[in-house]
Design a protein around this ligand. Structure first.
Ligand SMILES: *[C@@H]1O[C@H](CO)[C@@H](O)[C@H](O)[C@H]1NC(C)=O
Ligand SMILES: *[C@@H]1O[C@H](CO)[C@@H](O)[C@H](O)[C@H]1NC(C)=O
Ligand SMILES: *[C@@H]1O[C@H](CO)[C@@H](O)[C@H](O)[C@H]1NC(C)=O
Ligand SMILES: *[C@@H]1O[C@H](CO)[C@@H](O)[C@H](O)[C@H]1NC(C)=O
Ligand SMILES: *[C@@H]1O[C@H](CO)[C@@H](O)[C@H](O)[C@H]1NC(C)=O
Ligand SMILES: *[C@@H]1O[C@H](CO)[C@@H](O)[C@H](O)[C@H]1NC(C)=O
Ligand SMILES: *[C@@H]1O[C@H](CO)[C@@H](O)[C@H](O)[C@H]1NC(C)=O
Length: 452
């Protein structure tokens, strides 16, 4: 149906294609040299021209689509079976990347659950011991998959689970040579999830216990490609400028240390020790590590959960952007993953499954699970601030990875009765990576389209 409809416009489209090709070729020169680069580069003429065209876009609003790039069908997606997006040659990368993850629903997909299972940590390991040889068994935290609304409304690529093959394909197309993650324990979870989904033993990269274990790996390997450096730094992005007033708060007890670490006025290493002598105004040590290599880097960043006022977050984030702008490499891709708050009394859900994820909405989340406990209620403000500040990021391409909307719909799978912020793995956190690599797959296709 899409192809038939698309053919009608062939003549018109050829003309547009020529115009586009000209615009892109002439823009690339100045683009390369310009100091400030936006990933969402879009020639103005094309935008205006395309407003008048009636484009097939599923159930969405025809005519509202406003970014049309011809992609080279033979080049596109060589390694994978064709997905829905292959059929649409007016694919709106910009829209898809910006909106994917924001609206949609969880549904049961046991096939995906089985395909993406790995055993890590007590809960899934215990389950695995019992069900290892049972082909029909699906781990409960892993049985839901995300159906994104952009698939229906705009024909966007559905969220594909990241595995070694998809990972390598995207990394190679984008010519990434280093993965660099910076953030707190939630980012550590995301790293553990990614490494596991790629088939690695997390313990080869990190020591998961206090016991000293020899770390034997620092790279991820893809066939016919140089080893990709892998780094995780458990730090704030910028300094954490003010001490929190914790007295008089009964939500900051010893039991909740995990979620309510104190704010600290300086950058620290993962153990809370001073990692930099630069003091409050100094840059965080991860940046030194970052500039040490000029390899093209996918930098995945987050902060939020250890902040306890909007002002502190903003100040720290602004300093981070300012300092990072001074050292950022032009070619790198910078992703800010936003932060999802936890779920109040999450274990009463696990006790008796009142809300299945596929029945959850943002409103139910706010009614039933939102809380000012641990300042979870201001995470959304942090996210909005980060999104805004990110747009002032210079030089590098930046992407705001919105995991908030999908994650708040998952009250299941949290770590424990006393920790309704972190999740056990595998579980919802895997979708942060699935989302990231689906967006990167779009970015890679867009880059290929631009180049051809
Ligand atoms: C598409 O890509 C193939 C393989 O790289 C190339 O041979 C062909 O000329 C390209 N076609 C267009 C229209 O760019
Ligand atoms: C997504 O989250 C934002 C808060 O960041 C909220 O305002 C919005 O309504 C949510 N969208 C949906 C579809 O739930
Ligand atoms: C479930 O996941 C599998 C594997 O990722 C996918 O091929 C399939 O299309 C999904 N099912 C539905 C109904 O989307
Ligand atoms: C295998 O798993 C299914 C689904 O959980 C369960 O119903 C069945 O009893 C299990 N079979 C065995 C032999 O354990
Ligand atoms: C770690 O490596 C050192 C030196 O190679 C070795 O002596 C030690 O036994 C190793 N420890 C573990 C836990 O593997
Ligand atoms: C860490 O550095 C800050 C700023 O220089 C200083 O105020 C603080 O006392 C130091 N803390 C430790 C544990 O060394
Ligand atoms: C589970 O339900 C029981 C009975 O309703 C309740 O006493 C208990 O506190 C619940 N456990 C959790 C972890 O919520």
């Amino acid at each position: 149906m899409l192809t038939a409809a698309a053919k009608k416009n062939t003549v018109h489209r050829r003309m547009l294609f020529l115009l586009l090709a000209f615009l892109i070729v002439s823009a690339v020169g100045s683009w390369r040299n310009s100091e400030r680069v936006s990933l969402w580069f879009r020639p103005k003429h094309v935008e205006e021209e395309s407003k008048n065209r009636n484009i097939v876009s599923g159930t969405g609003n025809p005519g509202r689509k406003n970014d049309h790039r011809r992609i080279n069908q033979t080049n596109h997606h060589r390694e994978q079976e064709p997905s829905a997006s292959d059929l649409i040659d007016n694919y709106d990368y910009d829209y898809c990347i910006k909106h994917r993850g924001t609206r949609g629903r969880w549904y049961i997909n046991e096939t995906m659950g089985k395909e993406t299972f790995y055993a890590l940590g007590p809960r899934s390991s215990k389950w695995n011991r019992v069900n290892k040889n049972n082909l029909s068994a699906v781990y409960s935290d892993n049985k839901y998959a995300w159906h994104d609304e952009t698939v229906d409304s705009r024909g966007c690529r559905p969220i594909e689970p990241v595995n070694k093959e998809r990972f390598c394909s995207v990394i190679q197309q984008l010519e990434i040579q280093r993965l660099f993650f910076v953030g707190d324990s939630l980012m550590h979870l995301q790293c553990n999830s990614l490494l596991s989904l790629l088939g690695y033993q997390v313990t080869d990269f990190f020591s998961l216990t206090k016991q000293k274990v020899n770390v034997t790996r620092t790279t991820i390997d893809c066939p016919d490609y140089p080893p990709i450096d892998f780094r995780f730094r458990r730090q704030n992005l910028g300094p954490n400028l003010r001490l929190t007033e914790l007295s008089g708060r009964d939500d900051a007890t010893r039991n909740h240390r995990q979620q309510f670490g104190p704010e600290i006025p300086f950058c620290t290493d993962g153990r809370g020790l001073n990692a930099s002598d630069d003091g409050a105004m100094g840059h965080c040590p991860w940046m030194e590590d970052y500039v040490r290599s000029s390899k093209k880097t996918l930098l995945v960043l987050n902060q939020g959960a250890h902040f306890h006022s909007i002002e502190t977050f903003q100040k720290s984030f602004d300093l981070f952007v300012q300092q990072f702008n001074a050292v950022a490499h032009y070619d790198d891709i910078v992703v800010f993953r936003n932060t999802a708050p936890g779920h109040k009394d999450c274990f009463s859900v696990q006790n008796k499954t009142v809300f299945f994820p596929n029945e959850m909405t943002h409103d139910i989340f706010l009614d039933r699970f939102a809380t000012s406990l641990y300042d979870w209620n201001i995470f959304d403000d942090y996210n909005q601030l980060a999104r805004k500040s990110l747009s002032s990021m210079q030089k590098s391409q930046s992407m705001y990875l919105n995991i908030y909307n999908m994650t708040i719909l998952r009250p299941d799978g949290h770590s424990s009765e006393n920790d309704c912020l972190h999740y056990m793995l595998p579980g919802p956190v895997d979708f942060w990576n699935h989302l990231l690599f689906t967006n990167l797959a779009d970015l890679a296709t867009a880059a290929t389209a631009k180049a051809s």
